[in-house]
Design a protein around this ligand. Structure first.
Ligand SMILES: [Zn+2]
Length: 401
């Protein structure tokens, strides 16, 4: 057994930083403290050691918002493109992700069996949405034009009413979902949904949560409209994704229920950036992205000030993978302390995903996911230079970057 000691660095333990050595042995952290020794020494002087980072909202099988390009992409190509997307994610120090739609059980198994190197995966497989909702790909011309075709690993999840939804959730559980993703409001990238409208009624979301709970998994909700957030929260959804039109009532309900917010501040910005770069994005979608972007930061600030629990997520896949750490800089820009942004990306994210006993902090007994950053990680968050400062990434004790 080889003991690797990282000596002389600053250890960020998931909420605060201090000078310490860190020892890993096989796939575990075994010691943190002063004056430790080991068989192999890594000089971490002048560096910050972070726990393996999380991104709680990615789409590894999607690479951009270009529907025309998607239509001209062979069916199985995104599975291979995902390999590069996972590499770009690991390069950010992100060793665990929640895939919010797109990756199926085979993708997750390929990583678990180490056929490919990638972040540890929790998968939602597909998004449960109502007719006309965020996962209904019916275009105004009458054609169905999906971003991703349904296939045996990715069932159709557009459904209405508690009975249909019960079957849909059970179908997703059968297909290997680690989390159920729903859309309790319209969204930006869908052709016919309105982000200001609440989707699903109480009896529908209650059924979804009941079935997910029975299977031992949580529910995450794409929720933009204030009412769509409320319906999700009061029926026991674990996390609100985006939360664009979150208002005082929503914040109160989230605090009362202990609901998480995964802001994905990057998401509408990635759509606007691509449109500016010439990617064909429809007028309808562009108008929605513009409406969302200003309101989003207001909602984020209010949630932050009120003390809503926040975990980091980016929606990478809507835009290119590998820029994930820009989300920390955006959160800091809109008022979050840099240490809190790092906590949202480590300790908090691990708790949201139910992995707090294994990951999210640098403490003895935890998995040896360690990111070594040159200089002061908190300053890099503010400056937007965290990714460039990464010198090494370990996952389960194995150096992957
Ligand atoms: Zn998403």
């Amino acid at each position: 057994m080889t003991r690797i000691v990282f000596s002389g660095g600053t250890v960020f333990d998931g909420s605060s930083s201090g000078l310490a050595d860190l020892v890993i042995e096989n796939d575990r952290i075994v010691d943190v403290g002063p004056g430790l020794d080991g068989d192999v020494q890594v000089d971490a002087t002048g560096h910050t050691l972070l726990p393996g980072l999380f991104d709680c909202h990615v789409h590894l099988l999607y690479s951009n918002a270009d529907l025309v390009q998607t239509l001209n992409t062979p069916f199985s190509l995104p599975f291979y493109e995902a390999i590069g997307n996972m590499r770009r994610t690991l390069d950010c120090g992100i060793t665990t992700v929640r895939d919010a739609m797109g990756a199926d059980l085979g993708v997750a198994e390929a990583v678990r069996r180490k056929l490919i190197q990638g972040p540890r995966l929790q998968i939602a497989i597909s998004m449960v949405s109502q007719t006309g909702g965020h996962n209904d790909d019916w275009m105004a011309c009458g054609a169905h034009v999906p971003f991703q075709l349904e296939h045996p690993g990715l069932p159709n999840t557009v459904a209405d009413g508690p009975d249909e939804l019960r079957r849909v959730v059970r179908t997703l559980v059968r297909a290997g979902a680690d989390v159920i993703k729903i859309a309790s409001s319209g969204g930006v990238m869908s052709p016919r949904s309105n982000p200001m409208h609440a989707h699903f009624r109480d009896d529908e979301i209650a059924m979804i949560v009941q079935e997910a709970t029975a299977a031992g998994i949580a529910v995450m909700s794409h929720a933009m409209s204030a009412d769509g957030i409320l319906t999700a929260v009061r029926n026991g959804v674990r996390s609100i994704e985006h939360g664009v039109f979150l208002d005082e009532r929503g914040i109160e309900a989230m605090l009362a229920n202990g609901t998480w917010l995964v802001p994905t501040l990057m998401a509408p910005r990635m759509v606007l950036d691509q449109a500016a770069a010439g990617v064909p994005v429809s007028e309808v979608i562009l108008a929605k992205a513009h409406t969302v972007v200003a309101q989003h930061t207001t909602a984020f600030r209010s949630a932050l000030d009120a003390g809503v629990k926040i975990a980091m997520g980016t929606d990478s896949g809507v835009g290119p993978h590998g820029n994930n750490l820009n989300e920390l800089t955006l959160m800091a820009e809109y008022g979050m302390k840099p240490a809190h942004a790092l906590q949202a990306t480590t300790r908090n994210a691990a708790e949201l995903l139910g992995l707090e006993n294994e990951l999210g902090t640098l403490a003895p007994g935890k998995r040896a996911d360690v990111v070594m950053v040159e200089g002061d990680a908190e300053q890099h968050v503010v400056d937007g230079t965290l990714k460039q400062a990464i010198r090494a990434v370990y996952q389960d004790g194995v150096q992957v970057v």
